[in-house]
Design a protein around this ligand. Structure first.
Ligand SMILES: [Zn+2]
Length: 110
């Protein structure tokens, strides 16, 4: 079963998410690292992960957003899902069940 983490990682390009946090990569895909005192761009933004050549910080898009926004990973995943219109697989799976239960109780009332 797909999780919101997988859905976000597949759908959200890391450089786009970084831009939302004010990290704009230069044409070489480099930007100044927010995780250490960086005077020249040392942080490389790849489509699916980041890596800092200065302090060796690395991770995926959710990890980056969580660290920049001081969020828990699940919170970062939810914010990114909302920003980039990614469907939360958990919500999608639980919806029909709720719908059925709602209809069931309606029948019981009648
Ligand atoms: Zn760094």
């Amino acid at each position: 079963m797909k999780t919101i983490f997988q859905a976000v990682k597949e759908a959200v390009p890391l450089p786009e998410a970084a831009r939302c946090c004010g990290l704009e990569a230069n044409p070489g895909g480099m930007t100044r690292c927010p995780f250490h005192e960086d005077h020249t761009p040392s942080l490389r933004l790849y489509p699916d992960h980041y890596y800092c050549f200065g302090c060796h910080a690395h991770g995926d898009v959710i990890d980056l957003y969580a660290r920049l926004g001081r969020l828990r990973p699940i919170e970062a995943a939810r914010v990114l899902a909302k920003l980039f219109h990614v469907e939360d697989p958990a919500v999608h799976l639980s919806a029909p069940k709720q719908y059925l239960e709602k209809n069931k109780s309606k029948e019981e009332c009648q």
